[in-house]
Ligand binder design. Structure first.
Ligand code: ADP
Ligand code: UDP
Length: 237
């Protein structure tokens, strides 16, 4: 597999072409951003931890029947993935109230949501990733109604599989964000990453925050918390 030119440099990852038209390399950097990229810092080891964490989770999901981009780990910071035509919509599933839901509705952080909620946000930093609904996705051509049905079905499957996985490790999966894309065969595939950067994880007993909220809220020991989560799950770092 030959690494070719950089296709895109995001806030946390760089994307490279390869000699295979159906494959890309994702390089996980140490850059850590918050507030739609308004704050960016370098955190030692973050690229490596998130790359390995993501590989572990994607393989668990694939085994549970969720089609993912994961192909193989290439290096500490690099993974080979399926090249997807990304749908610019973030799918957010919540099991407990936190973050923007608390701000928007004025509900108490930590309130159990029964059942879970499923929300859509437009992936557009310049507009502050606005809250949208499925009719916007179809009307503006970001995705089809059929693709949305599949994205929701897969998001809920991910919630079922990962809530159990984290629960067994003494953690609450509070909420998470997924991004999907269309593969060359037309199927909807889970892309981007699943790591503590894009989900909320709280210790089940103490409710200690073990995710990117440590960075957003200046709580310190960000990567130490990510590493503890990885260790509890048995992710080889
Ligand atoms: P952002 O764009 O939010 O700053 P990143 O730094 O994580 O995010 O950059 C990764 C970029 O690569 C994102 O735009 C994401 O949508 C895109 N991407 C992730 N996985 C794939 C994939 N399998 N195929 C094509 N693009 C992908
Ligand atoms: N999230 C993300 N990227 C975004 C927005 C949200 O990964 O651009 C994740 C976030 O880490 C959390 C979940 O999606 O796990 C829900 O985020 P929320 O809407 O509460 O927004 P926040 O207040 O975290 O920006």
């Amino acid at each position: 597999m030959e690494k070719r030119e950089e296709l895109y440099r995001g806030k946390a990852k760089s994307v490279y072409k390869t000699d295979d038209a159906d494959r890309l390399i994702l390089l996980f950097r140490n850059d850590t951003s918050a507030f739609d990229g308004k704050r960016i810092e370098q955190l030692d080891r973050k690229g490596m931890v998130n790359n390995k964490f993501n590989a572990f989770i994607m393989q668990k999901l694939e085994a549970a029947g969720v089609p993912t981009q994961f192909d193989k780990l290439l290096a500490d910071n690099e993974v080979l993935v399926k090249k997807l035509d990304m749908i610019p919509v973030e799918c957010v599933v919540r099991n407990y109230a936190a973050g923007s839901l608390v701000k928007r509705l004025g509900v108490e952080e930590g309130m159990k949501l029964n059942p879970y909620t499923f929300e859509l946000f437009l992936k557009d930093d310049a507009k502050g990733d606005p809250f949208i609904n499925d009719s916007h996705v179809v009307a503006f051509g970001w995705g089809t109604a059929e693709q949305l049905v599949r994205m929701k079905e897969l998001s809920l499957k991910v919630n079922e599989v990962l809530s159990k996985l984290f629960d067994d490790a003494g953690l609450l999966l509070v909420d998470f964000k997924l991004e999907f894309g269309v593969f060359s065969d037309g199927s909807i595939v889970l892309g981007d990453e699943f790591s503590p950067d894009g989900c909320r994880l709280w210790d089940k007993e103490t409710r200690k925050k073990m995710d990117k909220d440590r960075f957003r809220q200046g709580l310190g020991d960000v990567i130490e918390a990510y590493e503890e989560v990885a260790q509890r799950l048995g992710v080889p770092l």
